[in-house]
Design a protein around this ligand. Structure first.
Ligand code: ADP
Ligand code: GLC
Length: 512
């Protein structure tokens, strides 16, 4: 089984959030199951710097008008997986974020940048003679890679099967329709009406829509989110299309790479600890308090918040709750970046309550580890959460998560009640409504249990011994790949779509 895994980010080469963690850990887990998996990501400067064994694989020639496009080959440091970087200097080699400039504005040429990624992936999918490797499956991720299944579906001749994993319906890659002629979509000439319809979304074009419509199969990152996105509240305008494709949609829970996220072997911590040595967690707590210049007090509960500062993560409600939190016998620590106004509002709160609130704006991998180890509680509410990883990491560190009952959070945290503590199923705290009242009520129950050390320790141990490793989920992906390569090749996704029925009818399993 040969799989090309295409993503806009992968740890440790380039990361903005959970997608990078998944793009690292899932291919590694698939490789352990015997899959020949190779990655394709953009040639960002940091990726070009960090990739191991770097060498030029091949010239791609003209890629959407960009000259000097090349495929750089190497290996993913740490996971030892083959990775290709799409090296197009004018599109990807620039200072700033992966998707935005240093001021937080989307790069104006994002449509072209990620269309180029898709074209490079499609070329690999259709076979580049000097490479001598062709995938059976192309596994694409999120809107950045949404055009790839469309390009393949519109191509004539044998092509690999495609699977799109949707990590977040809120990010859709919508662009003004005028960009369409610059995207180099081959089928556009052949079949303009259907393709325009396939991309059109409220007068714009949507890369995510292309992915949803033209991938052979769809997955998302938790079973609950797979159901939620069929409704208007979570589908963000795509619920109709997703309902239409519901039989091809699966929810597969993300996993955790415990090689990276486990206090027993975490080199960023001052002292390792595990279920048998939980009391050593206090060393990490003191270190965190020291690092963030808070009073070093062992018995005051530390509540951590670590995420993109976005509406999705209920940052507005957390801010609103901060005066209440500052009035409790607690410390609150934040590590995050995002909305500039929100960043400033948090900074002001820290300024007003230096003994209680510490705020670190930015993206810091080592501190992320120390924060998960040093805190007692991870506040991880969300209006919607496709899966969520930080709360799964926190659980392994004995840091109890407070989550809202949605998406992957609902699938993975069991609320602590007298009964669930007694029957040893409690792993955190769960509330229902995205309101300050519900969130504070939940915080109050957590704080009240914190003052019962025996009960707290019981929940901690239960949380720490859970196994959210990738083995099960990677096996589910493999089963999905196998069903795709085995299936009748006459998949007709749109009965009105004659050209596609023909081209998809020619799907063949790529050979060397
Ligand atoms: P999302 O992908 O929606 O942002 P996830 O919970 O799936 O949420 O993944 C977030 C990832 O980003 C985790 O690996 C987390 O440790 C990391 N992360 C989030 N904010 C920061 C930050 N400010 N500094 C370092 N790592 C962060
Ligand atoms: C997205 C989601 C998050 C998920 C991550 C990895 O960023 O917001 O819930 O864990 O992707 O799949």
């Amino acid at each position: 089984m040969r799989v090309l895994f295409v993503s806009s980010e992968v740890y440790p080469l380039a990361k903005s959030g959970g997608l990078a963690d998944v793009s690292w850990a899932l291919p590694a887990a698939l490789a352990r199951l015997g899959v020949d998996v190779r990655l394709l990501i953009p040639g960002y400067p940091q990726a070009l710097d960090k990739i191991a064994g770097k060498h030029i694989q091949t010239d791609l020639g003209d890629l959407l008008g960009a000259e000097n496009a090349r495929l750089i080959a190497g290996r993913l440091p740490g996971a030892d997986l083959p990775v290709w970087l799409v090296d197009v200097p004018e599109l990807f080699r620039r200072e700033g974020g992966l998707y935005q400039d240093a001021d937080g504005r989307d790069w104006p040429d994002n449509a072209i940048r990620f269309a180029a990624l898709s074209h490079a992936g499609a070329r690999l999918g259709l076979g580049i003679p000097e490479i001598g490797w062709q995938p059976d499956i192309i596994h694409v991720n999120d809107w950045h890679t949404g055009l790839l299944p469309l390009i393949l579906a519109a191509s004539t001749g044998p092509r690999p099967a495609t699977l799109l994993t949707i990590h977040n319906m809120a990010f859709q890659g919508n662009f003004p329709a005028g960009i369409m002629p610059h995207l180099g979509i081959p089928g556009q000439r052949l079949h303009p009406e259907s393709l325009a319809d396939g991309l059109e979304f409220h007068g714009q074009i949507s890369f995510l829509k292309a992915g949803i419509r033209y991938s052979d199969r769809l997955a998302t990152v938790s079973p609950t989110y797979a159901k939620e996105i069929l409704s208007p509240e979570f589908g963000f305008g795509f619920e109709g299309l997703l309902q239409h494709r519901a039989k091809d949609l699966t929810g597969i829970l993300n996993g955790v790479d415990y090689g990276i996220w486990d206090p027993i072997n975490d080199l960023y911590l001052p002292r390792a600890y595990g279920p048998g040595t939980v009391s050593d967690k206090k060393i990490s707590k003191a270190k965190l308090q020291e690092e963030l210049r808070l009073p070093i007090v062992p018995d005051v509960p530390v509540i951590a918040f670590m995420s993109r500062l976005a509406h999705q993560k209920m940052v507005d409600i957390v801010l609103e709750a901060l005066p209440w939190i500052a009035g409790q016998a607690v410390q609150f620590v934040l590590l995050g970046e995002g909305d500039r106004d929100v960043e400033n509002a948090f900074r002001e709160m820290a300024h007003a309550h230096p003994e209680k609130i510490a705020v670190r704006i930015g993206y810091e991998e080592p501190l992320a580890h120390r924060l998960l180890a040093g805190a007692d509680i991870l506040l991880a509410p969300s209006r919607f959460e496709p899966c969520g990883l930080t709360h799964l990491y926190a659980a392994r560190y004995g840091t109890l998560p407070i989550v809202r009952r949605t998406g992957g959070l609902a699938d993975t945290v069991i609320d602590s009640s007298r009964q669930t503590i007694k029957n040893q199923s409690a792993t955190g705290f769960v509330f229902d409504d995205a309101t300050i009242t519900d969130m504070i009520t939940c915080l109050q129950s957590a704080l009240s249990l914190y003052s019962e050390p025996l009960a707290w320790r019981r929940i901690q141990l239960q949380a720490m011994k859970q196994d959210f490793g990738w083995a099960t989920s990677a096996q589910q992906y493999l089963t999905l790949y196998q069903s795709l390569t085995a299936q009748d090749k006459t998949i007709v996704r749109e009965s009105d779509d004659l050209i596609f029925a023909q081209s998809v009818g020619q799907v063949a399993i790529g050979g060397d």
